[in-house]
Design a protein around this ligand. Structure first.
Ligand code: FA5
Ligand code: MG
Length: 453
């Protein structure tokens, strides 16, 4: 059952993570490059002047004081919390060791913030926003990184709150009134059945009201995050009054029904910002709050920050280069106005329109690796990416497959990948790149049993 080619060879029988010892097994696949960066709580979204922190602040401000902000703890979670409690079946592709980092068969690095839904509801939080670092084995390019950050938001209510004229309805009316006055266009691309339909044990009137509350809340968030920026861009182009467009697309998540993805039309593209839906009652039962009904969403901070602040490469979030961080210093909060009095705080509005000015790019240096696949075992390209990441770290910009063919006689399959080496912060020496590349080749041969051509 050795699914993962990059499983550490000569694996010790236990590993220690954040001071705790775990037994290893045939699922264990966390490389040192990841282990060395695990922390007892998320860091970047709580680092002052960091774009992820600015964005988290904006999200918390937009969703409002009714929602408790929660900073997650250790990323090490049980597979029960990350998958089983959320109805993610044992054979779901996201659970494969090619996609998930496992400490062992029962323990993994959280792949999403939804891993904390059951605990957070169990702790009697009814409206909350939880921020965490999440981990996924994935490809290598300007928009993928094995560690990224999500914010999970949720609201659950008692049945009495769903009564006609009750709390939920009143809040919907208030949020919708605000949205009606904005330059905003909402497209519901979605049929209820495509989105999974209401859960059979829910009162359809209550479920419909939960969806209405979810939509009003997240449309408000989209408008707060993108509206001003969008209007500013349009004015720059002399356009002026183009509305901000948001659309709701049917989606599937095992832990919500109905389920939606929200996209925003921004700079000529539909940008997916989050997944959401009405929480499966099984999750709430598991959390000990079977008498509640409500919604949840999960969004990725990096993707939104990259678009909002024009950050061209996801590796930049990890740099300590002052040419990056210096650009995100918040506006002073107690400026003195021309009239002599204290001006109102500009903290909330200034970073929103901040645009990163890229500093010069250092020269790239690419190297190709061509190889025959072994016939006796499965190859998954995430294993190759992992080996490159583990050795090269942030000095790899992307890895792209450039050739794939099967030899007509031997039936052996050949692949060729191009590894693009480039630092964000400095010029790489030839010798350094040669050394990195030769180490990568050795590890690929060693761990994936491939044959270099
Ligand atoms: C989830 O992770 C669900 N847990 C979201 C959810 C929560 C649904 C609660 C329903 C209820 P997904 O894998 O699509 O779903 O990721 C959610 C968001 O995270 C995406 O919309 C995207 O903004 C971001 N995201 C996903 N993968 C990446 C990635 N590799 N890099 C950066 N951001 C990502
Ligand atoms: Mg998705």
């Amino acid at each position: 059952h050795n699914f993962s080619g990059s499983r550490v060879s000569h694996l010790p029988t236990t590993i220690t993570i954040l001071g705790k010892e775990y037994p290893t097994d045939d699922y264990t696949n966390i490389p040192d490059s990841i282990l060395s960066r695990l922390a007892p709580s998320p860091t970047l979204p709580y680092t002052s002047n960091h774009p992820l922190a600015l964005l988290r602040d904006q999200i918390e401000a937009s969703i409002g004081p009714n929602y408790t902000p929660i900073q997650a703890t250790s990323p090490v979670v049980s597979t029960e919390l990350n998958f089983d409690d959320l109805g993610i079946a044992a054979d779901h592709p996201g659970r494969s060791p090619t996609d998930t980092y496992y400490v062992n068969r029962d323990t993994c690095l959280r792949t999403h913030t939804s891993a904390h839904e059951v605990q957070t509801f169990r702790n009697k939080h009814e409206r909350w926003l939880l921020t965490a670092d999440v981990y996924r084995r994935d490809e290598i390019d300007a928009s993928h990184y094995p560690i990224f950050h999500q914010v999970e938001g949720a609201a659950i209510f008692a049945h009495e709150d769903y009564a006609p004229g009750g709390k939920v309805e009143r809040e919907c009316i208030e949020m919708e009134r605000k949205l009606a006055g904005a330059n905003f266009e909402i497209e519901d691309v979605v049929g209820l059945s495509e989105a999974g339909g209401y859960q059979s044990h829910h009162d359809p009137r209550e479920a419909a009201l939960a969806v209405r509350h979810l939509k009003a809340t997240l449309n408000g968030l989209a408008l707060d995050l993108f509206g001003e920026r969008h209007a500013f861009d349009a004015a720059q182009k002399g356009g002026g009054s183009e509305p901000l467009r948001v659309r709701w697309i049917p989606a599937f998540f095992p832990f919500t029904s109905p389920s939606y993805e929200v996209e925003v039309w921004f700079r000529g593209k539909w940008l997916e910002i989050l997944g959401s839906g009405v929480v499966q009652q099984k999750t709430l039962d598991k959390a000990g709050v079977p008498d509640r009904l409500g919604w949840a969403f999960g969004l990725g901070l990096e993707r939104i920050a990259m678009v909002l602040y024009s950050i061209p490469d996801i590796r930049l979030f990890w740099t300590k280069d002052p040419r990056f961080l210096g650009q995100f210093a918040s506006a002073p909060t107690n400026q003195v106005s021309a009239a002599g009095g204290k001006a109102p705080s500009t903290k909330a509005s200034k970073p929103k329109l901040l645009t990163f000015k890229p500093y010069s790019k250092y020269p790239p240096c690419y190297k190709d690796v061509s190889f025959w696949l072994p016939q006796e075992r499965k190859f998954h390209e995430n294993d190759l990416f992992e080996i490159v990441r583990d050795r090269v770290g942030d000095l790899v910009e992307d890895v792209v497959k450039i050739d794939d063919f099967v030899h007509p006689k031997t039936k052996k399959q050949s692949l060729c990948y191009r590894i693009n080496y480039r630092s964000m912060d400095r010029s790489l020496e030839n010798e350094e790149v040669n050394q990195l590349h030769s180490d990568v080749l050795n590890r690929l041969v060693d761990q994936l049993a491939i044959e270099i051509r």
